[in-house]
Ligand binder design. Structure first.
Ligand SMILES: Cc1ncc(COP(=O)(O)O)c(C=O)c1O
Length: 493
């Protein structure tokens, strides 16, 4: 009713206010009047008139079009000119008086207050996310085009509809018991973990889990933590932010050099990637696995096992988790970032009983978990078999893509060596000695090929130039083209 009333009288629902001289001259009832008057309020045409008028006036005060001191028209007059009930105007004025934008004085006009002291809204200055390059050979991202949208949407829909109203108040920082049991079951089946569902806590991903665990370690008196060199910065930065000093422990062809932990007697915790070292791509050797567990027993310490992409192993079944061998000394950290995508924001931590007891005893903080709906949706994906079906399909797709990339490299870059490609979504491309890897990265970027130098993951400068090539998010069929452009960037042709 109010809408149509407004539109009958003003083409676009605009009103004009002359704000010169601190006096409202009045609003105009035709478009000519609007164009000659000082101020135009765009009332839009969506929603109740009270809200539209309030918003338009608030916006005008905020951006200075209605300067401090400006008197607004008496409500009766303003309403008559807009063609709405007086009530609409008094409501809008009343709301803005309550919010502090206007000031009402008995017997005088309602005026605009001076809000210049209030912090204006400015762009944060954070650049928008970079679009991914046409040929995405950067490691870390799975095939985003294969995200199981329909299944996920269906699982999420079911999760939302099934949640009892009374439980909508419950944030469940460590996750809903039933969903945790489903995840536990899945991990026992696929990763040979040993645990009870009460030892599983859900999180927003591996980085969030390590940040939380690092804060727990600080509370337990840890000051330093060992990290693999090279390694993914996401986890070591999370430990650093929690207040731990990060100590680089070198990696070789058998994975973490466990004996080097003894060079640092103060260290009682280490973050490692035993199933598939990132970025070298090797698995921790069987001897080193036992050596690492011995070390943890000896120092009364903790191994944080980053199980980030163990779903993908191409030459045999995935290497079982270290946690399954020493559940009292190993914390397993996993997420769906490589199986579904980082945007899902969902991960898990499996902890030793003694650590759980310390946390439950109340002297340590609990984590901050993902949305209950996301967690429930993930449990539904597992229960319906959709998650594992997705993984099976992706394993086949990645295997093909990996073979195509390797074949193209062998053909076009015969003087480069490939390693670490038995598992996961990336391989290591060792460049001829003396190659400037950063230069290659820049030249490749200019050709819309995204690659990363291993130096980005090193803590201490290394000698051998190499690129970490991820093929997870490279479009199928583009392998030869991408490697061809990369070869030109390496050869500077
Ligand atoms: C080595 C490693 N661990 C873990 C992750 C996953 O971290 P999040 O679960 O926080 O996305 C990544 C992602 O790139 C990674 O490269």
């Amino acid at each position: 009713m109010q809408n149509s009333c407004l539109h009958d009288r003003h083409d676009k629902g605009d009103i004009g206010l002359d704000t010169r001289s601190n006096r409202v001259i009045g609003s105009h009832t035709n478009m000519t009047g609007v164009s000659t008057a000082g101020l135009t309020l765009d009332l839009g045409d969506d929603g109740p008139m009270t809200r539209r008028l309030t918003t338009a006036l608030r916006d005008a005060v905020r951006d200075g079009r209605l300067p401090p001191g400006t008197a607004l028209p008496p409500s009766r007059q303003f309403a008559a000119e807009i063609g709405c009930s007086r009530w609409v105007v008094t409501e809008a004025y009343g709301q803005l008086v309550a919010e502090g934008y206007l000031q009402a004085t008995t017997g005088a006009a309602t005026r605009v207050r001076d809000i210049r002291g209030a912090t204006p809204l400015r762009p944060l200055g954070i650049p928008p996310a970079e679009p991914r390059p046409r040929f995405d050979l950067a490691p870390g991202i799975p095939d985003l085009s294969a995200f199981p949208r329909t299944r996920w949407a269906e699982a999420y829909r079911r999760a939302v509809l099934a949640r009892p109203t009374g439980l909508l108040a419950d944030r469940t920082p460590i996750g809903i018991a039933d969903a945790r049991a489903v995840i536990t079951d899945y991990l026992v089946r696929t990763r040979q973990v040993r645990e009870d569902p009460t030892q599983v806590m859900v999180s927003n991903g591996a980085g969030a889990s390590v940040g939380w665990l690092a804060r727990v370690l600080v509370r337990l008196g840890h000051r330093r933590i060992g990290v693999e060199d090279p390694s993914w910065p996401g986890l070591r930065d999370a430990a650093r932010r929690a207040g731990l000093e990060v100590v680089p422990i070198p990696v070789d062809n058998h994975g973490l050099q466990v004996s080097r932990l003894d060079d640092h007697p103060g260290i009682r915790a280490v973050i490692t990637t035993p199933a598939h070292q990132f970025p070298m791509g090797v698995a921790l050797s069987p001897d080193r696995r036992l050596e690492l567990i011995d070390w943890a027993e000896r120092v009364g310490g903790l191994v944080i096992e980053d199980d980030y992409d163990a779903e993908y192993r191409y030459d045999r079944r995935p290497v079982g988790s270290l946690q399954g061998m020493a559940p009292d000394r190993v914390v397993l950290v996993g997420s769906v970032s490589k199986s579904l995508g980082p945007a899902v924001n969902l991960g898990w931590v499996i902890m030793p009983q003694w650590l759980i007891m310390r946390i439950l005893a109340g002297d340590l903080e609990t984590g901050v978990g993902p949305s209950v709906f996301g967690l429930e949706a993930f449990a539904i994906m597992i229960n319906e078999g959709w998650y594992e079906r997705h993984l099976r399909g992706m394993r086949t797709a990645y295997r093909k893509r990996r073979e195509a990339v390797a074949a193209a490299i062998e053909e076009m870059l015969p003087d480069c060596r490939i390693s670490g490609m038995a598992a996961g979504l990336h391989l290591l491309l060792e460049l001829p000695a003396g190659t400037d890897a950063d230069g290659v990265v820049d030249r490749a970027a200019a050709q819309q090929v995204g690659v990363v130098s291993i130096d980005r993951y090193r803590l201490r400068s290394g000698r051998n130039p190499a690129l970490v090539i991820g093929y997870g998010n490279l479009r199928s069929g583009r392998e030869r083209e991408a490697v061809g452009l990369l070869a030109r960037a390496i050869r500077r042709t």
